[in-house]
Ligand binder design. Sequence first.
Ligand SMILES: [Zn+2]
Ligand SMILES: [Zn+2]
Length: 371
Amino acid sequence: MREAPARRGRAALVRGRGTRFDVEDVEVRAPLGDEVLVEVDAVGMCHADLAARDGDFPVPLPAVLGHEGTGLVLDVGAQVQTVRRGDRVVLTFDACGSCAQCGAGAPTRCAHYMDRNFGADGADPPRHALRGQHSGAWTGFFGQSSFASLAIATARNAVPVRQDVDPVLLAPLGCAVQTGTGAVLTVARPTLGSTVVVVGLGPVGMSAVMAAARCSPAARVIAVDLDPRRLQVASDLGATDVLDATGTDPYDELRRDGGADVLVECSGSPRVLPEALGVLRPGGTCVLVGAPPFGTTTPLDVAAVVNRSLTIRGTVEGDARPRTTLPWLADRVADGTLAVHRLVRTYPLADVEVAARDMLAGDAVKPVLLP
Ligand SMILES: [Zn+2]
Ligand SMILES: [Zn+2]
């Protein structure tokens, strides 16, 4: 069978561990089987992209990274039925769709999650969608590799959403926003009148604040961070209280203030969990969203967990079921409930290095690249 001609585009390539992004002309092959070719018009940058670039996530290199893409579908493979040419899609994490967890509607717990998103165990053939001189670059990051003007995803992780929302505001839904909102609304499920604490105000923490303040029956939403600029944004987004952890012990203050029913840990610091247990009221839940490096351990007061019936719960992508989660989130952006516009700052793809620097410096909460 003769292969359809490749299309020309641009992509940010990472050649080796810790190297910079190189934006180059690329050729992308046609989609095969269950694949979907997307013309990417906006893609968020997340810490996972930089962790993969720097080797903290083991991904095959050279590669195209990027995992918060959105765009219009240009073409689909022969097996695709759920997505059509011209659809606006938000790209999200990939899952196999056929293991027991996927069958039970829990794709974030997919048995092949590491392979499908990080090319980790080689169970799935690695995707190489580029042709010509870049044909050796891996393009399977989160099943999309969307730091590019053209990306090949699959019918499983390309989710159609409404057409009338600014793509810049849709892009972060596929990872950060669904993670933060899901951690609150799907995992912690705060009850009427409860107190929710969110630690760490990156895009995930900000999304958790918005979900708790604007979509849940919690009475108090307390945002904790070290950056006064971020505390101000959290306050604008609906946090009832903000706590600047600079030079003070925020956990001591939270305990004296009566504690909390839910604590959502978005900072990635292993020091938060032991402190959180002291803050939570009996029956409370600590949701761990921020991930320190693999193998990180921390001491725990086990008796406190037992005697006060505490729950410690990790979550990937906020337990999202993207096909229902993402259209719902797009509606909440459209009706103004989720003020994603307060988090984003846009950059042309050529300025991907500037975006990375601004994110690391804390100047941009959520950089969004425009390929
Ligand atoms: Zn699966
Ligand atoms: Zn992410």
